[in-house]
Design a protein around this ligand. Structure first.
Ligand code: SF4
Length: 451
């Protein structure tokens, strides 16, 4: 990737950091600090959910070891994406170069697994010694007839967000627009930034089916390669919460004239709003009527259990620490349950996200920048919270503090999207907050003498 292109990605025009006269750009990497994942990790986690493709990491085993299987993205079919392919770079490869090893590895993968495509990821060491992924991919593609897509996102380039964007660039350049659907259909959409964590996309896809909207591709949760290749045939793109792949939506608008909007499937209100936005976009009265009827039925199906849980959760407060990307939509979902949000993480939130959070929580909203365990527990007790909702690494903070915890990030095993996901979220909170374990854990501990 040339330097001017990298500079463009740092200053993605649709990102609020860059809306001001003085562009802030994405945060630059700080030597020695890779907390939150490196660029390669961002690119790998963005594309790995493309389930029928092979994904090979060109670098030392540690790069793949850090990134492999650290997201709960599920597939309804092929499982090739779960195979951990790497060239496993060793000292000799650094001296003599690794292109031959990579070439043979990809040829072997194609011969053994017959994938529709191979994604090959550059890492720090292989980028520094100058292995040419672009030329190698082209040669392999010509020889085998299988698309080989280079993802040029070595870890030293920037942060995880930049890695997401570089992954977006790779599919924009080499995949999107290379295949055509077999049939025409009037209502087509893509979901961008939906990763099917814990299978939550499967709570959303049936809703789109019932509406009569064809989902061409969910980038990249439970996606297949040919779906990504046909994304240019959508009439509308929806950015799902996270702005990870914002450059894909913006570039598709510029290149193919496909408009996009940002929405969320967390919370019944957000889900309703997103589905109605899609239905209204197509200006088809029957589609809109079907959507409204379906929304009413879905709401009616969750209402009895939801009301009972809401009663038990009324007035309880949550300390939310998601790292930022999902904060505004989760704040809305929690408030819809009648709960208070005492503070929320905003480290990775855009200015627009922060404004939305302030609108929801009020101008005095506490936006957490210091997510250290000590600070989280201090805030939790100071603000009288009843539950900590955070990513996996903070479950140990909750265990040490003996407080209720609900897992909210990519490794979780509960799905929160759509109407059924909203009910699941309510159940998880109810179970955590009303578990007798926390009261018992605070009882004084006494050792009884052996009798
Ligand atoms: S790509 Fe670089 S920063 Fe990322 S895991 Fe590998 S060596 Fe570390």
């Amino acid at each position: 990737m040339s330097l001017p292109k990298l500079a463009e990605l740092f200053e993605e025009p649709s990102c609020e950091h860059n809306a001001k006269k003085e562009k802030a750009g994405c945060p630059k990497p700080t030597p020695g600090k890779v907390g939150g994942g490196c660029t390669f990790d961002g690119a790998y986690s963005s594309l790995v959910p493309i389930a029928d493709a092979a994904h090979i990491v060109h670098g030392p085993i540690g790069c793949l070891g850090n990134a492999w299987n650290n997201r709960g993205s599920l597939s309804s079919g092929p499982l090739l994406y779960r195979q951990a392919f790497t060239t496993r770079f060793l000292n000799n490869d650094v001296v003599f170069g690794g292109e031959k090893k990579l070439y043979n590895a990809i040829k072997e993968i194609i011969a053994q697994y017959a994938p529709p495509a191979v994604f090959v990821y550059q890492t720090c060491v292989t980028a520094m010694i100058g292995d040419d992924l672009g030329a190698l991919s082209k040669a392999l593609e010509q020889k085998t007839g299988v698309p080989v897509i280079p993802v040029q996102a070595p870890g030293f380039t920037g942060n995880k967000n930049l890695g997401n964007r570089l992954a977006g660039e790779a599919v924009l350049k080499k995949v999107i627009g290379t295949q055509e659907p077999k049939t025409e259909y009037p209502f087509n959409i893509n979901l961008i930034g939906e990763f099917n964590i814990a299978g939550e996309f499967w709570y959303v896809a049936p809703l789109l089916d019932q509406m009569g909207v064809r989902l061409i591709c969910s980038l990249s949760g439970d996606a297949r390669y040919h779906q990504v290749a046909m994304m240019h045939k959508a009439n509308l793109n929806m950015m799902v919460c996270s702005r990870a792949l914002l450059n894909v939506a913006r570039s598709m608008e510029e290149k193919y004239g496909i408009p996009w909007f940002e929405g969320s499937f967390y919370g019944a209100q957000n889900t309703t709003e997103a589905l109605l936005t899609i239905a209204k976009f197509f200006k088809n009265p029957e589609l809109l009527e079907r959507t409204e009827t379906m929304i009413a039925q879905e709401m009616a199906s969750i209402e009895p259990e939801l009301s009972a849980i809401k009663e038990r959760l009324k007035g309880k407060k949550v300390l939310l620490y998601t790292g930022g990307v999902k904060s505004w939509s989760l704040v809305g979902a929690l408030q819809e349950l009648g709960m208070g949000v005492v503070a929320t993480g905003a480290k990775k939130s855009t200015e627009e996200d922060k404004q939305r959070i302030r609108e929801l929580m009020g101008e005095n909203a506490v936006l957490i920048d210091d997510g250290s365990p000590g600070n989280l527990l201090k805030l939790y007790h100071e603000k009288g919270a009843s539950c900590l909702m955070a990513g996996g690494r903070n479950q140990y903070t909750a265990v040490k503090g003996r407080i209720p915890f609900v897992h909210v990030n990519q490794e979780r095993d509960a799905a929160f999207a759509g109407y059924k996901g909203f009910l699941d979220l309510a159940r998880q909170l109810d179970k955590a907050i009303h578990s007798p374990a926390f009261a018992l854990s605070k009882l004084p501990f006494t050792l009884r003498p052996l009798s």
